[in-house]
Design a protein around this ligand. Structure first.
Ligand code: URA
Length: 435
């Protein structure tokens, strides 16, 4: 087999066989196929697309290109949750302890933030002493003992995807549905869960700006999950404005703790209940999503989810008392309100710009190596559809540097569009994709 022939076949609109895809991915991973040929192939796929069978073969080959985590020593049906990323998306922080408190084993690999979106691991490091550097044995042992563990992604999880993604990033071939779906699902399949619940974001803060693209991606990923024998459900949810009110690492942890105390923002709580009810159902802990939802509401009410978060933080080296005293989490030295420049209604929030404000303050990374400031960020006071008077605060900025605060404030004011006329509030859950 020759890569040249495969590129020509795809360029001319042909479908690659399973063997051809295996040859291509194995060769690329071990360095026998060079970047320039793979770049040409990615561009050919970008224009010609891939059918269902090709997409599944690509996903499975990338999943099997490195370690496949074996979670069989963990009792019960392991359910993973994955979000395509957004601003203020602290869902795992509340959702993981919620479902774990109902007996759903959570064995999760999470990432760090990059660009305008945050990452679960950075947020968790707001708990002094907390570490995600667990061995595979410790990881499984913690799940069996307390029902929950989160570790950083190992270097050898789907290495073909890692290499391919870097190439796509610099050759304008990221935004192809089959390539995105296979990239995300290869990592999820390698991470070993029995079932997968996906949160596909849509809107100005999301990867998929258009709703129809988010649904297409959701459908593609659900098909891939099923094709690989994993029960998969996708929720398409709004990311046209930040989720909840807090944006920034420790600020988001505080909001997640508030939510587990029953005082969380409505939209954030609703998303946790929706995703959670599907996780609990696919794990076989409830007969249907409605019953699961009632169980999840109860675990907030009786504080079992909050206590589960404390157990989890402690098991990974963190200070459990911070869960009960969130005021002791990292705090910025300056807080300043941003006043509304006009009377009216919040018409639109350019969501990724709010993520950028947090990044400017020091809460995000500009490069993979950047150090981040866990204490800084923003707490929104008004969201889309809310009425506002001139001079009333739109948000509070938490900063440690006056110059960065000034820059973030200017950017924030450009991202909040005030309308003279009432505005319809965003719908949070756009739809649920099953089979
Ligand atoms: N996230 C991924 O992991 N892969 C993509 O291709 C796009 C987003």
């Amino acid at each position: 087999m020759r890569m040249y022939d495969l590129i020509m076949k795809k360029r001319n609109g042909g479908a690659l066989s399973d063997d051809e895809i295996a040859f291509m991915i194995k060769g690329f991973t071990n360095g026998e196929i060079y970047d320039y040929q793979m770049s040409a192939m990615m561009m050919a796929i970008y224009f010609q697309g891939m059918n269902e069978q090709e997409t599944l073969a690509l996903t499975m080959e990338m999943a099997q290109s490195g370690d496949m985590l074996d979670l069989s020593s963990i009792k019960g049906i392991k359910v993973d949750k994955h979000s395509t990323g957004g601003v203020g998306d602290k869902t795992s922080l509340a959702l993981a302890p919620m479902v774990a408190s109902l007996g759903v084993p959570v064995a999760k690999m999470s990432g760090r933030g990059l660009g305008h979106t945050g990452g679960t691991i950075d947020k968790l490091e707001s708990f002094a002493g907390f570490s995600t550097a667990l061995t595979e044995e410790q990881f499984k042992e913690n799940v069996n003992r307390i029902g929950i563990a989160i570790m950083g992604q190992t270097a050898d999880l789907a290495p073909a995807d890692k290499k391919l993604y870097s190439l796509r990033d610099v050759t304008a071939t990221v935004d192809n549905m089959s390539l995105i779906a296979s990239s995300i699902m290869s990592k999820k399949l390698a991470a070993g869960a029995d079932a997968i619940v996906l949160d596909v974001k849509t809107g100005s803060g999301a990867f998929m700006k258009k709703e129809e693209d988010a649904f297409a991606l959701a459908e593609e990923m659900v098909k891939l999950g099923k094709g690989a024998g994993r029960n998969t459900v996708a929720i398409v949810s709004d990311m046209d404005q930040p989720l909840g009110y807090a944006v920034g690492n420790a600020l988001e942890v505080r909001e997640a703790i508030e939510t587990l105390n029953g005082r969380g923002p409505e939209d954030f709580k609703e998303l946790c209940l929706t995703l959670g009810s599907h996780m609990v159902t696919v794990a076989g802990k409830a007969a249907d999503a409605e019953k699961a939802r009632a169980m999840l509401e109860q675990c907030i009410e009786d504080k079992s989810a909050l206590n589960k978060l404390a157990d989890f933080v402690e098991a990974q080296g963190g200070d459990r008392e911070l869960v009960y005293h969130p005021e002791r989490l990292p705090k910025a030295s300056i807080t300043e309100d941003i006043a509304s420049p006009a009377d009216g209604y919040v018409g639109r929030i350019v969501c990724d710009e709010i993520g950028m404000c947090s990044l400017i303050l020091g809460g995000g990374r500009e490069t993979k190596e950047s150090e981040i400031d866990l204490s800084v960020g923003l707490v929104l006071r008004k969201k889309v559809g809310d009425s506002v008077k001139k001079g009333e605060p739109l948000a509070t900025i938490h900063a440690n540097d006056a110059d960065k605060l000034k820059e973030a404030k200017e950017r924030f004011l450009r991202a909040y569009i005030i309308s003279d006329t009432p505005v319809i509030k965003n719908e949070l859950i756009k739809g649920i994709v099953t089979e």
